[in-house]
Design a protein around this ligand. Structure first.
Ligand code: UT7
Length: 330
């Protein structure tokens, strides 16, 4: 019996208007364009400035565009999942809020949280629903306002992060050669020591002291995360190629999580890929967390041809990491 596969039939994005440049950051903390470009590869990032909007604002705009582009009526959507570590509120889930804003009334859904590997983990979840045969239209949203948990007095983290939202329509196909082919996903709790936002949850609820101690911001031990990320992302990407007997010629593009150009280069080197097969837009968007892979997919989608093998690879807080083999289907 032929296998049902999950395919992306539409992808739309929203980027907030305000652009924070390295030059502006250099007026806020002791840093420089030269340091940020040579150590990370970021030139600028989009920032949602206005409090009172949140990620549902960005996500809803992306979903509205998606419904229009795919000619989908809101009541045809059966499920909407939202990946984020910066939800509008602790509850209700931002997936509910986006569904409400977009008039999606016949769907159910929830939020997921897997750090910067979140798109891969959520896409894996969505594909299982599609492969069950019971779901025909699922909307997957990745949205982050990482600027709201970034400490703009800490030069080791404030150049890194940006805000964005991406919405994808996922549908079934009976052509088993296309779409979501395979995933390799991992978690390792050792990572919780190196990358976290300590306060605001049930462990350390918001208090005057937690605010005074700046505990509501991202804390990252950059070098430790870097070392694990270089090994993790390269290992899992190479393993995916081996599992499917893919040579570097068989891979059309690597779409990596955009955290650091040096991590991306190391992954591409291990896969034996030339530079033109590695999709990189970290320079203009920074690290948008779990949103970065679908954002790059949206950014470069005009390059893809039906049947192209795309390897998606990520590493993030948790630690979480993984790789997906996706064959472009439209
Ligand atoms: O997306 C989720 C997963 N996250 C990642 O994958 C991120 C992984 N980590 C990284 O990408 C890198 O570790 C960073 C970009 C965060 C930092 O780069 P690094 O090359 O590891 O720098 P470092 O932390 O080792 O710092 C080197 C030096 C230090 O100065 P000293 O002690 O050598 O005098 C820092 O104080 O660079 C200094 N430094 C800066 N200098 C200018 C740190 N941040 C800055 C800055 N501007 N913004």
């Amino acid at each position: 019996m032929k296998k049902t596969r999950a395919i992306i039939t539409g992808i739309e994005a929203y980027l907030p208007e305000y652009i924070l440049t390295n030059d502006e950051l250099s007026t806020m903390v002791d840093t420089s364009d030269e340091w940020i470009m040579s150590r990370v590869g970021i030139k600028e990032r989009h920032i949602l400035k206005e409090d009172g909007l949140g990620i549902s604002h960005m996500g809803a705009i992306a979903v509205e565009k998606l419904l229009k582009a795919t000619n989908t009526k809101p009541d045809e959507v059966q499920m909407l999942l939202c990946h984020c570590v910066t939800p509008d509120m602790q509850f209700p889930a931002t997936a509910n809020i986006i569904s409400d804003k977009c008039g999606i009334l016949n769907a159910w859904g929830f939020d997921t949280n897997a750090g910067c590997s979140g798109f891969l983990f959520t896409f894996e979840t969505v594909r299982r629903f599609i492969e069950s045969g019971e779901y025909k239209k699922i909307v997957l949203v990745c949205a982050e306002r990482l600027s709201c948990i970034t400490d703009y007095t800490d030069r080791t983290t404030c150049p890194l992060f940006g805000d964005a939202a991406v919405a994808l329509m996922i549908e079934p196909t009976e052509d088993e050669t296309l779409g979501f082919q395979d995933s390799i996903l991992h978690v390792d709790g050792i990572g919780r020591k190196y990358l976290y936002q300590v306060a605001g949850g049930s462990l350390y609820p918001a208090r005057e002291e937690t605010v005074a101690q700046r505990l509501h911001y991202i804390h990252q031990e950059g070098q430790a995360v870097f070392k694990h990320a270089v090994v993790g992302m390269a290992d899992v990407s190479e393993k995916m190629m081996q599992r499917h007997n893919l040579s570097s010629e068989d891979v059309a593009y690597l779409i990596p999580h955009q955290a650091n150009l040096r991590i991306i280069d190391a992954t591409a080197r291990r896969m034996g890929l030339d530079k033109d097969k590695v999709l990189i837009d970290i320079e203009k968007f920074g690290n948008t967390g779990g949103t970065s892979i679908p954002l790059a997919m949206w950014d470069f989608k005009d390059k893809f041809k039906k049947g192209d093998n795309l390897i998606l690879s990520a590493f993030g807080a948790g630690f979480t990491w993984g790789s997906v083999l996706y064959r472009w289907a439209i």
